[in-house]
Design a protein around this ligand. Sequence first.
Ligand code: XMP
Length: 512
Amino acid sequence: RLLIIDFGSQVTQLIARRLRELSVYCEIHPFNKVDEAFLARFAPKAVIFSGGPASVYTEGAPMPPKGVFDLGVPILGICYGQQVMMHCLGGHVEGGHGTAEFGRAYVTPVGKLPLLDGWFEQGDEQVWMSHGDHVSRIAPGFQVYGTSPNAPFAITADTSRHFYAVQFHPEVHHTPKGAALYENFVKLAGFKGDWTMGAYREEMIAKIKSQVGDKKVICALSGGVDSSVTGILLHEALGDQLTCVFVDHGLLRLGEAEQVVKMFRENYNLNLIHADESDLFLGALEGVSDPEVKRKTIGRLFIEVFQKYANQIPGAEFLAQGTLYPDVIESVSFSGGPSVTIKSHHNVGGLPEKMGLKLVEPLRELFKDEVRALGRELGLPDSFIGRHPFPGPGLAIRCPGEITREKLEILRRADAVYIDQIRKHGLYDEIWQAFAAILPMKTVGVMGDGRTYDYAVSLRAVTSVDGMTADYYPFTHDFLGETATRIINEVKGVNRVFYDCTSKPPGTIELE
Ligand code: XMP
């Protein structure tokens, strides 16, 4: 396996991404958490130094662990990783005025290097630079293999020791041949690219067993992909030591609670408590129309309810969470202190501290598509794995204004027709997320010979990569017309349908 030492770059996780795409198993560890003993235990087959915001001359500048250059394994240094490598091995780094460079640059080759197979076939290669300091003298044993107008040492290597150091970021998309560089590096390091989800599953099961021992674990199951995969993986590892709690807040979609419970009980035979607390949640939400108050109310009750059920499982010492890698981008602070969490999981956040539980987070190292692959590996049906994301607060944030049982029922039915339409037209997998919302107003219509005064429904469908930005989905007019007709005909209480053409930004995906 490969070790990525994180010096605090915001794009370190992309390095992991590129390597996983090459079926190479890697782990990211912050520079201040790795030492000689760690290296001995981890026994990396290759090491990558990430970029980072620091300068090698700042006091307490992040440094690689002692002994890393004596491991006898290939090392690749990126940006700050290059500088720190040169600094440690006898080169020189300069900072200060005029040495910073951000953005596109073009690298010209200087001789041939196996690390650069596939590069320079059509001349200079575009790379992405983002650095304050730069290397002004390379370390003994190194040679230059690529230069750019502002970075004379854009690509350097000591081929006898297999130390490679580049000034740019090969992991970002703006370095189009970056993936080839990583591929060459892992080949040079002797990786075969045979890391699979099957192997990860076995590894994780062993890890969970050794972490938990014979203790009990509780897991909040939402029915979403992440918590489902977490639950099933833990069930495989621990069997009856695991109890899952499915908190039904009464804000789920049509038939959802029944489907989730059935799937887990019948297919996996896991201990599952169906906590039907819809009266509690809907009661507390009565008369509430402020979006933040809604969210906070649901969050607070969720914790209370979960605690109540967890207390029924005496001796539980662990809480399992479906935290994913992008949720825990661990960045390294300048002081070299502990890493900070930029984004925390918002659904069960706060629970472990409150309840004095230890965390089990088997998906912490995975990206979303890897979680799906693991889910498939664990036998979750494709229809389940490919489901669109669904927010923790559920339909509450798709019902702007006051939430009533009547409105929720109308919303559920309209949403079901809409999703059925999308599936029938074979569009479900093209769309990142689609749902109906019920608007806080009634409008006049005419049906048959009569006047109607009913709710308006708004349909939303977006394409996105990560939910951070999104574009509305360009349905055909025929599709929209047909869907509106079906909803109005099939769902009592709706007489008007809108399609939401707002992108994100400026809109958000959910209405609240
Ligand atoms: P927004 O509305 O912020 O949504 O553009 C981006 C993505 O996040 C989902 N979302 C949530 N997911 N708990 C969740 O688990 C929440 O409180 C929450 N709020 C929004 C939303 O469905 C979309 O996929």
